[in-house]
Design a protein around this ligand. Structure first.
Ligand code: ADP
Ligand code: MG
Length: 334
């Protein structure tokens, strides 16, 4: 009897200890053209659920997969879509408007013409670019609860917001099932759920656009940290570098003087959409947009290597490596 009682006590103690130190459950997935790494402490099912979610969202949102919502809408000018796809499109249209059209979900004909969809890169002529730009106009897209309508000639591409949206969906799923500590890294789109298992903040590195190193780190808890940069995907012709983010005003790869834009905030899809948009807009307009809005902070790196951050992350950003001794400019609202 005594022995049984002490065995039960031992077991209870072991279970309590295991409860104190939840195991890291991880998965690596290749989806949405990138390597994704998921870590949730103590909940295998949550990680498996996230993997299924990623594949389901990719199947709906991919612009190239033949029977995705986006491909079907593009081939027929509109129609019924999953309510989630419609919700993402409505959010993306809001962010397109917020950015004055620097984000434009109808930029796809240009992305394709420059070869970024296929990898068969080319430099289209000005006439071709001008003709394709006539069909670029996010404001003419209509998105309802579960249906979409495109103006003639328009083609959708949600590539600039899909990963941020996916991160939001995973974070919501994990919170719903009680995950207290999780890290979602969707190829540079990082989202954190809670803090680390020991209670401290997650530390998210921001890549130096000019090297393989990190330029600094953000202490994050329940935050998205999303970076867009010309160094991520580009090709070169005759010494000129062409990046995969297109300026909807010119139809050409963005060349605004920024090397990378990191957006930090609660909502991943906003951070993702804005990181693309602000990369197009450049330093001054990016800071102006930040001053006129709330819900996000910025780490901007200019082509000259100057780092500019916004005041909301002054206490949580730590420069590293070559940036430790550089001046970091802090923008303020006032
Ligand atoms: P990544 O997906 O490489 O992390 P982004 O989030 O910045 O980078 O998204 C870039 C993708 O968005 C491009 O590959 C293209 O499909 C699409 N895109 C390019 N320029 C724009 C733009 N101005 N507005 C909306 N989408 C864009
Ligand atoms: Mg983006």
């Amino acid at each position: 009897m005594r022995r049984a009682a002490s065995a039960i006590l031992c077991l209870a103690l072991l279970l309590a200890l295991a409860g104190c130190a939840p195991q890291a459950q991880t998965a690596t997935v290749f989806a949405m053209d990138t390597v994704m790494e998921l870590t949730a402490y103590g909940d295998r099912e949550a990680v498996d659920g996230a993997v299924s979610l990623i594949h389901a969202l990719e199947d709906r949102l991919s612009v190239t997969a033949a029977d995705s919502d986006i491909a079907r809408v593009n081939s027929s000018g509109g129609g019924a879509v999953d309510p989630g796809t419609a919700a993402l499109l409505r959010r993306a249209l809001d962010i397109s408007a917020l950015s004055g059209g620097a984000l434009d979900v109808t930029i796809y004909p240009l992305v394709r013409a420059w070869g970024f969809t296929t990898g068969e890169y080319r430099v289209p002529g000005d006439d071709e670019i001008g003709a394709l730009l006539k069909n670029v106009n996010y404001a003419a897209v209509q998105a309802g609860e579960a249906n979409v309508s495109l103006p003639a000639g328009a083609l959708l591409d949600l590539g600039a917001v899909a990963k941020g949206w996916t991160g939001d969906q995973i974070a919501a799923l994990w919170r719903q099932v009680g995950v207290k500590s999780g890290l979602i890294n969707l190829g540079g789109n990082v989202q954190t759920v809670g803090g680390k298992p020991d209670g401290s903040d997650w530390v998210v590195g921001i890549r130096d656009p000019f090297s393989e190193d990190v330029l600094g780190a953000i202490a994050a808890r329940d935050l998205a940290v999303v970076t867009s940069g010309g160094y991520q995907r580009y090709f070169e012709r005759e010494g000129v570098r062409y990046c995969h983010i297109i300026d909807p005003r010119t139809g050409k790869p963005a060349d605004s003087g920024l090397a990378s834009v990191t957006v930090i905030g609660r909502e991943g899809v906003l951070c993702d959409g804005l990181s693309t948009a602000l990369y197009v807009m450049g330093l001054e307009d990016a800071v102006r947009l930040w001053r006129e809005n709330t819900g996000f902070d910025l780490v901007l790196v200019t082509d000259g290597g100057q780092v500019v951050i916004t005041e909301g992350i002054e206490g949580s950003f730590t420069p590293m490596g070559a940036y430790t001794d550089k001046e970091i400019k802090v923008m303020r609202r006032g």
